[in-house]
Design a protein around this ligand. Structure first.
Ligand SMILES: [Cu+2]
Length: 366
């Protein structure tokens, strides 16, 4: 028996209004979430007439009647979705202009390793055809990779060509206070057009995976690309550090969307190894969200957290990288093939349009 027959007229009217409001809220919130997801993956919700129409729901009109699904229409819709997924995978690794995280050779001046970093505003191709406003060190997102050794004297000349002040913080490196790079706490901000020199000795006993980044208006400046890897190699490496490849994988989730080394899938670079190789992956999270990185086909052996050796190496296949953290893992590449390698917050990696963002692959060749 329908509920209306048991209720007085006023209650029936109320039930109808509440039901239709709930239906509207469901439709509207779904549409808003869908539109937000599309914007997050670089697609404009108003780009197609269907989405533009869906984005402006008329509460009085109600939902249009859905055409009855047939086996053929279901198959056609599945094929259309699959085609978008296939297109993305086939495009990988897609060529884009600019590569970040490129190893920088220092100038040696009287035994000091000197790095010149210029911060400027650029356009950056984050995924094929998607140009974004960026802030970059030496035109790269992430900035150039700096590798020094414990005990090295290091000088970093920062030149500010931005339209706002900035400063560089060496994240994880235990330095004298005046080299910590935090405006108004340890130094004045470096104004537009000005320069500042950081000079220090890479502390002995503080080796490992560290980072450098802006510590001024940092949600914006780091989100737009003012970041890079700062690696201090140990004087005496451990046996477990003897690897065929040493890869850096910097995660970010700012205004460029979800990126690995400054690119979103399918423009991310695959990591490669030969069967039997041991490789090292240094995860660094420069974003503001957690990213549980998951590798298919092989486990990871965690050796270091924030540059500090673990009491004992431990194994996993999904490793959560929180903002500011660095985790170093060893992968014994004993399983040939192309293996998916991605953030396991699935909304950072895939939509109905296919994979995007924090997705790459580990390719183990025979
Ligand atoms: Cu993620």
């Amino acid at each position: 028996m329908p509920i209306e027959t048991l209720l007085p007229d006023a209650a029936v009217d109320l039930v109808r209004r509440v039901t239709s409001r709930r239906a509207f809220l469901r439709t509207a919130s779904f549409t808003a979430a869908g539109a937000a997801a599309l914007v997050a993956c670089g697609k404009d919700a108003s780009a197609t007439p269907e989405l533009a129409a869906a984005a402006t729901v008329d509460p009085k009109a109600g939902a249009p009647p859905a055409p009855a699904a047939t086996p053929a229409s279901i198959r056609a819709a599945a094929d259309a979705m699959d085609a978008m997924h296939e297109k993305g995978i086939k495009a990988f690794p897609a060529k884009t202009a600019g590569l970040g995280n490129q190893l920088m050779a220092p100038k040696i001046v009287n035994g000091v390793k000197v790095y010149d970093l210029t911060a400027s505003e650029i356009q950056w191709e984050v995924s094929p055809g998607q140009m974004v406003a960026a802030m970059a060190y030496n035109g790269q997102v992430p900035g150039p990779q700096i590798r020094v050794r414990e005990g090295d004297r290091v000088r970093i000349n920062l030149k500010n060509e931005l339209k706002q002040s900035t400063a560089i913080h060496m994240h994880g490196v235990e330095l004298p206070n005046d080299m910590d790079g935090v405006p108004y706490i340890t130094q004045p901000p470096v104004k537009p057009g000005e320069s500042f020199t950081y000079e220090f000795t890479a502390p002995v006993g503080n080796s490992g995976s560290h980072m450098y980044h802006s510590h001024h208006n940092s949600a914006t400046q780091v989100g737009l690309g003012l970041l890079g890897a700062f690696i201090i190699e140990p004087k005496v490496p451990r046996a477990i550090e003897n690897v065929a490849h040493d890869y850096v994988l910097i995660l970010n989730d700012g205004m460029h969307g979800f990126t690995i080394n400054g690119k979103g899938f399918p423009a991310t670079q695959p990591f490669t190894a030969k069967l039997g190789d041991k490789i090292r992956v240094r995860y660094m999270n420069e974003g503001m969200m957690i990213h549980p990185m998951h590798l298919h086909g092989m486990h990871m052996t965690v050796i270091d957290k924030d540059g500090w050796a673990q009491p004992q190496p431990w194994k996993c296949d999904t490793l959560n990288i929180a903002p500011g953290e660095r985790w170093d893992v060893i992968i014994n590449c004993n399983n040939p093939g192309t293996w998916a390698f991605h953030c396991h917050i699935l909304g950072h990696a895939e939509t109905e349009h296919g994979m995007f963002g924090m997705v790459t692959a580990l390719v183990v060749s025979k």
